[in-house]
Design a protein around this ligand. Structure first.
Ligand code: PFF
Length: 457
């Protein structure tokens, strides 16, 4: 992680950058959101479309963000101001701030659930509940007007505190150790899940596509999730790119972070879906899918209680390393553009986001009949940020690199520390100039038409 943001510090090593970028990318998006939306949108067909978007759009946009960051050595707003002075490109940053604000509000709620599940895991009786009772306890917890708020606020305070103290070496050092442990636990869960009786149905659901089940809404969500999961479209990786040394190979960095993020999502899917089918849980359950499924798997494992405690602690930490990178986008904006002191900016951003998060949380319970555009507040914020704001941000980032920054400068910037040779360079340029922007535009228009977002009465 960068040492001091004010003096344009640099990552000490390429591994430092990969750890920070992967720390931002790998989070609730991979372990909570990916399985649940894959379940909602029908399984393998959704997964394949998602993988297509990761390759054709996510990877090139990630490289674009890193190039913009390293070339400008500025935050997401300053970067465009510096590279394209006096033009409206800087407004791309506004989408980033708006997206960060909305994402963190519901992200904090789910991270709070993860903290609560550490406590559930400590309770012996929880480990003997039937699948129905496990689902029941999730439902009554998220509908409770107070408990989820308590855990959400604890999580947001932790996030704000780390951003105030500075993203100290501690976080980087610990996440380098803890994230591989999380990976090991997920692999152990995978082994238990695929050896459950009836697991084959789940693997079929995840890997055997039936494209007739795919809706445009599903395609839009796959696109949105590619951005969400890779932390793209709102300037996070522009900021991290600005701390990268000149001799770091940006191309291989982007490939490695993308591969790690995708691997964790697929491994999470392999842990969840066999269990979903083995325990007769509806795959399209929605936001509670992992919380209602995994406790059943832990029950079937020797030492399940310990695994369960560790899993939810590490999931909370994975959420924290992502939340910090989201909050940083808002804080950098308040501090640098609105000229606030950094501490004041952090307190204000954390407080405002927590307040909006409280409304999200209550929309699961006492505010559940507040429906806007056919969604409760939680789903609406998720939808607007991931499926609308991030793809729009990503589209403009791709257009910027393709048309404004241009091939010559791309070659120069990439040549520092690596290279992108003839054919692949041309593919990259075509992807950012034409393919990514047009694909995003089409998916976007279609998805919105189907969703009737603006015409719903
Ligand atoms: N990528 C994070 C996850 O998958 O949990 C969420 C996220 C972080 C989204 C940072 C956007 C962002 F800029």
């Amino acid at each position: 992680m960068a040492k001091q943001r004010t003096s344009r510090a640099q990552f000490s090593s390429k591994f430092g950058l990969i750890a920070a970028a992967a720390g931002s990318a790998i989070g609730l998006g991979n372990i909570w959101k990916f399985p649940y939306i894959t379940g909602v949108y029908g399984g393998a067909a959704f997964l394949f479309v998602y993988l297509g978007f990761i390759l054709a759009i996510g990877l090139p946009v990630m490289l674009s963000e890193l190039i913009i960051g390293r070339k400008s050595r500025r935050n997401a707003f300053g970067a465009f101001k510096k590279l394209a002075p006096g033009t409206p490109w800087k407004y791309i940053g506004s989408f980033g701030v708006a997206a960060a604000f909305l994402i963190l509000s519901f992200y904090g709620v789910v991270a709070g659930w993860s903290i609560k599940y550490i406590f559930f895991s400590l309770d012996k009786t929880f480990h003997s509940l039937s699948p129905q009772d496990i689902s029941g306890s999730f439902a009554s917890f998220i509908q409770d007007p107070l408990q989820p708020l308590l855990f959400q606020i604890i999580f947001m305070l932790l996030t704000g505190a780390i951003v105030i103290i500075g993203v100290q070496k501690g976080i980087e050092r610990y996440s380098k150790i803890l994230m591989p442990i999380l990976l090991v636990i997920i692999i152990v869960l995978d082994i238990r899940a695929i050896t459950l009786p009836g697991a084959g149905e789940g693997l079929k659901f995840l890997f055997h596509p039936d494209f007739s089940r795919l809706s445009f809404e599903g395609v839009l969500s796959a696109l949105g999730h590619a951005f969400f999961s890779l932390s793209l479209g709102m300037g996070t990786l522009i900021t991290y790119g600005s701390y990268v040394k000149k001799d770091t190979n940006l191309v291989s960095t982007a490939i490695q972070v993308t591969a790690a993020d995708t691997l964790v999502a697929i491994l999470a899917g392999i842990a969840i879906f066999p269990a979903v089918f083995a325990f007769n849980i509806q795959p399209d359950k929605g936001v509670g899918l992992i919380f209602e499924t995994l406790p059943n798997v832990f029950q079937q494992m020797p030492g399940g209680m310990v695994f369960s405690i560790l899993f939810f602690i590490l999931l909370t930490i994975a959420a924290l390393t992502s939340a910090i990178s989201i909050l940083e986008v808002v804080v950098a904006y308040f501090a640098e553009e609105l000229k606030m002191k950094r501490n004041v900016a952090t307190v204000l951003a954390t407080a405002l986001i927590t307040l909006l998060g409280i409304i999200c949380s209550l929309s699961m319970g006492i505010f559940s009949d507040v429906i806007l555009f056919k969604r409760n507040v939680f789903d609406l914020l998720d939808h607007i940020s991931a499926n609308i704001l991030l793809p729009i941000g990503g589209m403009f980032i791709a257009l910027f690199i393709g048309w404004k920054f241009g091939k010559k400068k791309v070659v120069q910037e990439i040549a520092e520390g690596g290279s992108l040779k003839g054919g692949i360079l041309n593919v990259f340029m075509i992807l950012v100039k034409v393919v990514a922007p047009i694909a995003i535009f089409i998916v976007f228009l279609q998805g919105l038409k189907i969703l009737d977002l603006f015409t719903a009465s």
